[in-house]
Design a protein around this ligand. Structure first.
Ligand code: UTP
Length: 412
């Protein structure tokens, strides 16, 4: 403990970042609270705030060109071989799965971790359960368990771990489940001053899903995976309740084509659908987010006269660890997002704002793709593999996901 940051050092760090107000009430705090605050100041990376000065909004884009996907007919043609390759890799313990569950799921509006949400109608079916059921199908086919790494954040770690334990990991073998936590980033007001959640606590939020490998490494989980012989990591979002995880065919295709990353993609349902589009940027694989997709790109046709940018990513990627190791030290771009940030006011009242009142800082997994040398976009049928839950009702909601589950014969 002797090595911890003391009062002067903390103040100096804050002064360098222009955040002295963080210790404004230090003298009023109890001993334990003082220690908590000092520890948090020490752990917080205030450098993210500097990105506000460079102006928000996207980073300048390079030259965009189409990147051909491996489409369904071709996948069907080679399916047998791909599947055999994939199952073989799974049986040899070369494939792990990484569940990104550190997000706050604010749009869904539940205080619990998103995976704890019950989408059942006639019985309980939790989102976590749905995902594990899908993974179990592969475990049964391969007759081998797949290491499952679960990323949580400071805000939901405890609840997530307890919930999964309580439910016996929904039948998954406990020794194949490993948790690790992502980093947090401070949240600030429009002037770039960090908000306080309590007089002894800076408002922080999870730093986006792009830091997953760095966090996995910090926790020693990536090293352990490599020691165990894992070579591929299938990263997936918590909210797509239909997705195939460690899909043997996808794994086999990525191995066969020797790429650094495979990206599951779907045909966009409309040119302006709100999903990121896979492409080349300055000759390297990349993803253009929907709000960066210009009219011109939306209307560009390929040689067959089809839209050239028609495949969207669904946050299901298969990364080769060797490729990730090469980019581990690289900094990903920081996205500045306007959000509602709870805070305490000058009188010490806890305020839960109804409107956005500041910025959060996030790194995104899709930005990792551009750092890698090669990417295989791999088409899946959207009605069979894409049912994201972002909202309660409407587009990408509990409702729409329930309908899609039904269509696929999944009893809820
Ligand atoms: P979303 O972009 O939907 O974010 O996450 P979210 O924070 O969960 O939801 P909203 O925007 O507040 O409603 C896509 C995936 O990335 C994970 C989420 O858990 C989800 O699986 N994620 C997101 C993280 O693991 N960490 C983060 O910091 C953000």
């Amino acid at each position: 403990m002797g090595m911890d940051m003391n009062y002067e050092q903390a103040l100096e760090k804050l002064a360098r970042a222009g955040q002295e107000h963080v210790m404004e009430r230090y003298e009023e705090l109890g001993k334990e609270q003082k220690e908590l605050l000092l520890a948090q100041i020490e752990a917080t990376d205030f450098s993210v705030l500097a990105s506000l000065k460079h102006g928000k909004g996207g980073n300048a884009r390079g030259v965009i060109a189409p990147l051909a996907a491996m489409e369904l007919p071709q996948i069907r043609h080679e399916e047998g071989r791909f599947r055999a390759l994939g199952l073989d890799a799974i049986r040899q313990g070369k494939v792990g799965a990484v569940l990104l569950a550190g997000g706050m799921g604010t749009r869904l509006g539940s205080d619990d971790p998103k995976g704890m949400y019950n989408i059942g109608v006639t019985k309980e079916v939790y989102i976590f359960q749905r995902l594990i059921e899908n993974l179990m199908q592969v475990v049964e086919e391969a007759e081998a368990f797949i290491p499952l790494y679960v990323m949580t954040s400071d805000k939901n770690h405890h609840a997530t771990v307890e919930f999964l334990k309580e439910h016996g990991y929904f039948g998954y073998r406990e020794e194949f489940v490993t948790f690790f936590m992502q980093e947090m980033a401070p949240a600030c007001d429009y002037e770039g001053k960090v908000y306080m959640e309590e007089p002894w606590k800076i408002s922080t939020s999870p730093n986006g899903n792009g830091g997953w490998y760095t966090s996995m490494y910090k926790w020693g989980v990536a090293q352990k995976a490599m020691e165990d012989g894992v070579e591929w990591l299938n990263v997936f979002a918590v909210d797509n309740v239909l997705q195939r995880i460690a899909d043997p065919c996808f794994v086999g295709a990525a191995i066969d084509r020797q790429c650094d990353v495979g990206a599951k993609v779907v045909h966009k349902c409309a040119p302006d659908e709100k999903i990121g589009v896979i492409c080349l940027e300055d000759g390297r694989p990349s993803i253009v987010e929907y709000y960066e997709l210009t009219e011109e790109l939306m209307n560009t046709k390929d040689e067959k006269g089809e839209p050239a940018y028609s495949f969207g990513v669904i946050l299901n990627y298969l990364f080769r660890i060797a490729g990730l190791e090469k980019i581990r030290e690289k900094n990903l771009p920081l996205h500045v997002v306007e959000k509602k940030i709870p805070y305490i006011d000058a009188q010490g009242n806890h305020i839960k704002p109804q409107e956005p009142n500041g910025y959060k800082f996030e790194q995104l997994v899709l930005d990792m793709i551009h750092e890698l040398d090669s990417c295989l976009p791999y088409e899946v049928e959207r009605n069979k593999e894409f049912a994201p839950i972002k909202n309660k009702t409407g587009i990408d909601s509990v409702e729409s996901a329930r309908a899609l589950c039904k269509e696929n014969g999944i009893l809820l």
